[in-house]
Design a protein around this ligand. Sequence first.
Ligand SMILES: NC(=O)c1ccc[n+]([C@@H]2O[C@H](COP(=O)([O-])OP(=O)(O)OC[C@H]3O[C@@H](n4cnc5c(N)ncnc54)[C@H](O)[C@@H]3O)[C@@H](O)[C@H]2O)c1
Length: 256
Amino acid sequence: MDRLKNKVAIITGAGAGMGKETSILFAKEGCKVAVFEINEKDGKDTVEIINNQGGIAKFWQVDVSNEEMVKNAINEVIKEFGKIDILINNAGIVGVDKKIHELTVEEWDQVFNVDVKGVFYCTKYVIPYMLENKEGSIVNISSIYGTLGSHELTPYHAAKGAVFAMTKQDAISYAKNNIRVNSIHPGTIMTPLVKELGSRMDGGLEAYEKLMSEKHPIGHAGEPIDVAYGCLYLASDEAKFVTGAQLYIDGGYSAM
Ligand SMILES: NC(=O)c1ccc[n+]([C@@H]2O[C@H](COP(=O)([O-])OP(=O)(O)OC[C@H]3O[C@@H](n4cnc5c(N)ncnc54)[C@H](O)[C@@H]3O)[C@@H](O)[C@H]2O)c1
């Protein structure tokens, strides 16, 4: 119940999927949660669920690809909660499913603006407060696609690879400051993102889920809570000696 007692976390993309599940779990573990979400209704829903369960959360409407919005919201979190112990860089989009020679610059930028610049902005503006706090834990949600190739989603692979590399670099940059930075690499997790992606593919969601389930040795896709528990461990003091690590939560996909 108290694995994150007295801590304050910012969780981006907290209105759906893994971000929502992680926010609810963190609040149950005693953490105050700043819900950063572009979609107002979904962000407020997450806060309502947490408040109804007796937890503490507040919503900020933030587009992580907008530097000013990120900076202002982080300053407001400090005014509201007094410190920031944890940042979960979770917000992300998959973008178009094209091979490199078919891509436009706009399609490339669309994914990089959210998935890479979003992580850069949130980390950039949180770090000074973590330095002041003399500790911190940042968890970047990359993907199995950040370290492996596949049959789909070229710009997404490149973006998640950038998140993976940023994690290693930031882990080293701030190790002496007691700020830990780790990445999580989920396999296919059944969230609104995957449901939307699957529905765009030949044969629809059912065929996509079957295809992806077969690629995971465990034989099925994961659930948002599987990733939320990984975030909980890395964010908590239980992981005080863990930095620069990559945690695969993928039903064995990356072991193949
Ligand atoms: N679902 C998977 O199979 C899977 C696998 C590997 C990695 N991931 C990564 O995990 C993270 C969460 O994925 P999910 O499946 O829960 O996604 P989701 O689409 O179900 O939820 C993501 C949330 O982020 C929000 N969001 C999108 N763009 C935003 C922006 N610019 N600013 C703020 N909020 C924004 C969305 O509104 C949504 O509420 C993403 O980074 C995704 O790339 C997902």
